[in-house]
Design a protein around this ligand. Sequence first.
Ligand SMILES: Cc1ncc(COP(=O)(O)O)c(C=O)c1O
Length: 425
Amino acid sequence: MKIYLDNAATTRVDDDVAESVRRVFLESYGNASSLHDVGREAKVELDEARKKIATYLGCDVDEIVFTSGGTESNNLAIRGLAKANPNKKHIVTSVIEHSCVLETCRDLEREGYEVDYLGVDSDGLVNVDDVREKIREDTLLVSVMHVNNEVGTVQPIEEIGRVCRKAGIYFHTDAVQGFLKVNLDLKNVDLMSVSGHKVCAPKGVGFLYIRKDVNISSIITGGGQEGGLRSGTENVPGVVGLAAALDVDFGIEDVRESRDKIVDGLKKIKRVKINGSMGDRVYNNISVSFYGIDGESLMLMLNEDGICVSTGSACAAAKLRGSHVLKAMGVDEMYINGSLRLSLGVDAIGKEEHIVERIGKHVAKLREISPFKFSDENLGGSSTESKGGSHPSNVDGSESKILGGSASLGAGSAELNVDKSEEED
Ligand SMILES: Cc1ncc(COP(=O)(O)O)c(C=O)c1O
C-alpha cells in the first residue's frame, strides 16, 4: 500500500469531486458559448461554479477568471498588469516564489523591467518592512506568495496588502498552496492565483481573482471568453470540479496532529533540521534536512517502501545544486542536500511511527555508506536544529561553506538563485 506524502506536488481527486466532473463530462458536455440547449446546460454549470467560488471568497462573479491553473494565473496577473500599465516598470517579488513567478519576472527584466527580489529570514518569512522600503513611484506591482510550496511558510499577506493599498500599488498573491488550507482576507489583495490540482480537484484548471477596479489586459487572444481576459473554450468539467473542492473535508486538525507527531519523531534523529517557522506554517508541511546525506537517495529508498515524498532539493553526483528556498533561508549546504519535503494528507494518520522508523533507518544507512566518516561524536551533541542559518562543523572539523549564491537575509533585495535543473511543483 502506498503512503502518499506529496500533496504539495498534487493531490488525488476527491471522490465527490470526481463524480461531479464525470457528470459534466457525460451529461453537460456542451460548449458553454453555444446557444442551443446542450451549450446552455454547460453555461449553467459554469455560472453556478463561478457563483459558488465567488460566494466563498465574498467577491463578485465577474472578479473570477478561470484559467488552466496556477502557472497561467500567475502569468496573467504579472504580464497582464504589465501590458495594461506600460508606464510602470518596477516589480517587487520575493526570492522564494514559485518558478512561474520568478521566470515571468526574469522575462520582464529582459524587456527592460526592474525587479527587486526580497530575501527571507531564517524562518523563511518575508519582512513587511522590506516591502515598504522597496516600493517606489513606478512600482507596477508587488507579488508575494501566500504559502511557500517547499517549506510551507505562511507569508504576512494581509500586512503586505495593507502597505500596498496605502501606497496605491497593485498586490498579487500566488495562493496555490494556501487556498482552502490557510484563511486569507482578500480585503487588500488585488489579484490571487489558485490551482485546482492542489486541492483535490483536477489538473488543468484554476482561476485568477481580479478585483473589479484593477487595470489588466489579456495575454491570450481569441474568442474573448472569461470577460475577454482568457480566450479559449471553457473547461467546464474542471471548473465544476474546482467548485466542488470547496466542500472537501481536508481533515486539517487531524492532519496537523499527525504532522506534529512525525516532526517529534524526526527530531530524535541526529543532526536533523526542521526548516521554516513552525508557527507560520501550513498544517500539512514538513521540510526536513539531514546533515551529510543525499536527499534524492533517501527519497528513492522511501519509494521502495511505498512512501512517496519529494526532495527539498536535488544533489547530482557531478554538481551540487539545491533548493533556492533553503539557500535563501541560509541553510547550510550539508543540510540542503539531504532535504525532504513531506506534504501530508489524511492517509498519513496512524502511520506516523512507521514513517519515522523508515526515514530513520534509511538516514542511518546512507550515513554508513557515505564517503564522509560519521562518528557518534560528530553526529552527537544537540542533534536538532530548528532554525536556519546554522553552520555546523563538518565531519572533518572544518566549517561548512555555503556553495553557490546565497540570498542576503533581512532588509533589501536578495540575489536570485533558482535551480533550473529540476521542475518545481
Ligand atoms: C506556489 C505554486 N505556484 C504555482 C504553481 C503552479 O501551479 P500549476 O501546476 O497549476 O500550474 C505551483 C505548483 O506547481 C505552486 O506550488
